[in-house]
Design a protein around this ligand. Structure first.
Ligand code: SAH
Length: 446
């Protein structure tokens, strides 16, 4: 067995990827994670960090590149923490995501169901929401991986093309007015971040300036400059965040110009989105994902549907027109308020929403009130929990449709549910091309 030391160099091949998109090489059986490695690359690497059972290495030379290696479309790719797979061909990105799902389901869940993987139509410009921080020299960009150092950018290929002009305009204004950038360490300065959101329905853009202040001098000048950029800009909003925190936005919004909300549609339903509301980021893929949920659920008109972790009720409301009744459960009070407003706005009167922890409320609801025919769950990354899952099994719905953004916790929960339910189909969706995120929908039946 070779004894591996720090700074040792090895010639090696990349065999697979970690969940974070690092290349994995095996050196005498010892796993070495190589940033920027592509499966099939033959590399000279240098060990940069060693743990007991694995290590990290950097690429010194690409001896023979993989045929799936491509030149990243963004010049800042290797510095910026936003994307992690842009050096892979798109088909290789999809293959890596498919493997992530397949490996988790088989290793953790013991599940061998067929997986259908749905690539994205657009690999670029697919994000309807972007948040840009600034550095003290007024450069805008993104954070480096695992840090709050800003990597200056001229454009981000994941967002709308208009962002570039908006950000440059904000930069020029703050620089000219000598209004300082917010400093996290000292909690001084004013401009924290710029947040933009684009409507897929109208292509209107909401511009939100997040600041450590209730007012900013000469905002009439800022508004006048911003609105000259494009008639797509439909609102300019000052978001006040004077707290010492890392949140993207504070709670107070002052509309400097235009509308206070942005209208959009999703699955034929209308939504009014305020700066702080959650709304799915990849509109095109979300519609496909929700359609998959509806296809799997195959709701009949006498069915009661329980949608656990319902957020602002988008899935619940998409189900409502097919069902007798829909019940949504969600922990965030504002999201439940939004869900109720969204139901009213769309004239939906067969949806009921509850604000509670799923693990507390779902067992109670299922015990005395509700007999669901179909249960949909879409938990956060950490997955669901045994209290909720046991209650679902006991209520014995005809079908369970599980939506997940984390293959590992999905596999764990499916294994638990497998005592009573069988996995029928698994569908993977690439919601975030060029990043390692993957979304899945699973159909289980009794
Ligand atoms: N289905 C929604 C949102 C899914 S995101 C959509 O497609 O838009 C997961 C949601 O679970 C978030 O809204 C989060 O606030 C909520 N959540 C997290 N922990 C929860 C818990 N313990 N009980 C209920 N909801 C929870």
């Amino acid at each position: 067995m070779i004894i591996i030391k720090l700074h040792d160099r090895f010639k090696t091949e990349i065999l697979s990827y970690t969940q974070d998109g690092l290349g994995v090489a095996k050196i005498d059986g010892f796993a070495m994670f190589v940033s920027g490695g592509v499966v099939g690359d033959f590399l000279l690497v240098e060990v940069t960090k060693l743990n007991k059972t694995y290590g990290f290495a950097k690429i010194i030379e690409i001896i023979m590149p993989s045929k799936e290696r491509v030149v990243p479309s963004c010049p800042a790719f290797y510095q910026c923490g936003g994307c992690s797979l842009m050096h892979l061909s798109y088909s290789e990105q999809c293959h890596a995501k498919y493997r992530q799902i397949y490996d988790a389901l088989s290793r953790i869940g013991g599940i061998e169901a067929p997986i259908q993987f749905n690539p994205a139509y657009s690999q670029f410009r697919y994000r309807n929401k972007m948040v840009f921080p600034f550095d003290e020299r007024y450069n805008w960009g993104f954070y480096k991986g695992k840090s709050h150092d800003v990597v200056p950018l001229n454009d981000c290929l994941l967002g709308d093309e208009l962002n570039q002009k908006i950000l440059n305009c904000v930069k020029l204004f703050f620089k000219t007015q000598k209004i300082p950038i917010y400093n996290e360490a000292t909690h001084t300065g004013i401009l924290r971040r710029v947040f933009t959101r684009v409507s897929a329905k109208t292509s209107n853009v909401m511009v939100v300036i997040s600041a450590n202040a209730d007012r900013i001098k000469k905002t009439d000048v800022l508004v006048s400059e911003l609105t000259k950029i494009s008639d797509r800009i439909s609102s300019v909003i000052l978001n006040v965040n004077k707290e010492k925190n890392n949140l993207v936005l504070g709670n107070k919004n002052i509309t400097l110009w235009g509308d206070s909300t942005l209208s959009d549609t999703l699955c034929g339903l209308d939504f009014e989105i305020s700066p702080n509301s959650f709304f799915q980021v990849n509109h095109e893929q979300t519609e496909l994902l929700y359609q998959q949920v509806l296809d799997y659920a195959d709701i009949k008109k006498h069915d009661t549907v329980l949608d656990i972790y319902c957020g602002i009720g988008t899935i619940s409301l998409a189900c409502a027109k097919f069902a007798k009744k829909v019940v949504g459960v969600e922990i965030v009070p504002d999201a439940i308020e939004n869900a109720k407003e969204n139901a009213n706005r769309n004239g939906i009167d067969n949806a009921e929403f509850f604000c509670a922890k799923a693990e507390d409320l779902v067992p109670k609801l299922l015990d005395d009130n509700i007999q669901p025919d179909i249960v949909i769950l879409d938990p956060p990354r950490k997955g669901s929990d045994e209290k909720t899952l046991s209650a679902i099994c006991e209520a014995s719905p005809r079908k369970i449709v599980y939506v997940s953004c984390n293959p590992a916790t999905l596999a764990r929960d499916l294994k638990f549910l497998s005592a009573e339910y069988k996995v029928e189909s698994v569908s993977g969706f690439d919601m975030f091309p060029n990043t390692t995120s993957v979304e899945m929908v699973v159909l289980m039946s009794k």
